[in-house]
Design a protein around this ligand. Structure first.
Ligand code: PMP
Length: 412
């Protein structure tokens, strides 16, 4: 046998994926845990409040039915798709219609990641929010498309920069990813802005991909919104919904896509070649969640709201520069003058045992911020605030002044 070393490399696309920027924080965190440091972890957006019992019970019953042990129906079982349609009608006023289709997903991430593969040709432009959920950018790269930044700036309330949108349209962008309530900035989008973006997408023949995985996590009293409630949206919009955050079901891997019937059909037809659908017992459980009484979710929301209020108020008392963060599961905070977001996250970890996510991990426009996830119980939040109070933090007030004056960092 020829003993020469054979090296098989990954594709160029894979080498173009952005580096994993949280590695250093992960390493530091692991080292501190080994040393027995009591960490308070605001890093991960993975709900600590368990899935409702009713959902667990529905799944355990469904597990016993051998019919559910076979391949699921790829696009989703009829009972699940009906429940998804019912949820859209009840929660967002999106009336069932011939124009709107639904498909089951193994979590919204899987769906969001497949969009460019289905709708882009090589070299097509995909607009990705920056800062934003890193999957949109990676998905574009893996499909051979070209991600182009859509800056979300503080002075625009972290809504898309209109100039950047027009510029991308001139360059023939194919897809626009949007995510409100937003990870990581906590921003929400007013319905008027949503309507203007639908109009823009229609004018420019752009596929509007709405990541609505935090739809119900609103702390401003605003009702949950869907792009599909806007007239004319279904022609141009695919909207991704997730049970992960709304029902504390991140581990279950279930969500759905809703949108123009033809768009959903094309999407699910392509996906049929990649996976074989969602385990039917989990679809049964998901129906129980989607049809649960509103109180079930309201209780969850009020826990997150209390945590958010305690954190924002506490950081405010320390004169930290906190963004309003009216939605999603996160509080977005400007770092003090003299720190980069990674330096600051490192300092919080090593000096106070507090884990936050550096904003730079969400894109260049996330530099200058860190993200706190609201997945930490109240007593821990209070303990964390106590530790922060004792920390030396020169420059925090100075930074606030600069930010309010709108001197944001350059685009890159
Ligand atoms: N979109 C955003 C913005 C997210 O933050 C996440 C997960 N944190 C997802 C989508 C994926 O959620 P899931 O796959 O669990 O539905």
């Amino acid at each position: 046998m020829d003993k020469k070393r054979v090296v098989i490399s990954a594709s160029k696309r894979v080498s173009q994926l952005p580096p994993y920027l949280f590695a250093e924080i992960d390493r530091l965190k692991a080292a501190m845990v080994r040393r027995g440091v009591d960490l308070i972890d605001f890093g991960i957006g993975d709900p600590d409040i368990p899935t409702p019992d009713s959902v667990v019970l529905a799944c355990s019953e469904a597990l016993r039915d051998p019919a559910n042990h076979r391949y699921p129906r790829n696009a989703g079982s009829a009972f699940f798709l009906e429940a998804a349609a019912g949820w859209m009608a009840r929660e967002f006023g999106v009336a069932p219609s011939e124009d709107i289709g639904f498909g089951a997903l193994i979590g919204s991430k899987e769906g969001l990641a497949h969009v460019p593969l289905v709708f882009c040709n090589i070299g097509d432009i995909v607009l990705v929010p920056n800062p934003g959920y890193p999957v949109y950018r990676s998905a574009a790269i893996l499909a051979g498309a070209v991600p182009v930044d859509l800056p979300l700036k503080r002075e625009n309330g972290f809504l898309p920069d209109p100039g950047a949108l027009e510029g991308a349209a001139l360059r023939g962008a194919r897809i626009l990813y949007l995510n409100y309530p937003n990870n990581p900035t906590g921003a929400v989008m007013p319905v008027e802005k949503m309507a203007s973006l639908v109009e823009f997408a229609r004018k420019e023949d752009l596929l509007l991909v709405s990541d609505n995985s935090y739809s119900h996590l609103r702390f401003d009293g605003g009702r949950p919104l869907s792009f599909l409630q806007i007239e004319g949206a279904s022609d141009v919009c695919l909207e991704f919904h997730s049970l992960s955050k709304t029902f504390g079901m991140t581990g279950w891997r279930v969500g759905f896509v809703a949108g123009g019937r033809n768009l959903v059909a094309a999407f699910m037809a392509a996906k049929e070649n990649i996976d074989s659908g969602v385990f039917t017992a989990i679809q049964r459980a998901a129906v129980t969640a989607l049809e649960s009484p509103p109180g079930e979710f309201q209780e969850r929301l009020s826990i997150y709201r209390r945590r958010r209020d305690i954190l924002i108020e506490g950081l405010g008392r320390l004169e930290w520069d906190v963004c309003p963060s009216p939605g999603s599961l996160y509080v977005w905070v400007a770092v003090p003058r003299g720190y980069g977001s990674m330096d600051f996250a490192r300092k919080l970890l090593t000096s106070a045992g507090i884990v936050v996510t550096p904003g730079s991990g969400f894109g260049s426009w996330g530099e200058g911020f860190v993200r706190f996830a609201l997945t930490v119980p109240e007593p821990e939040i209070l303990k964390g605030l106590g530790r922060l109070e004792k920390m030396e933090m020169p420059g925090m007030k100075a930074r606030s002044t600069i930010r309010r004056a709108g001197r944001c960092r350059k685009e890159s």
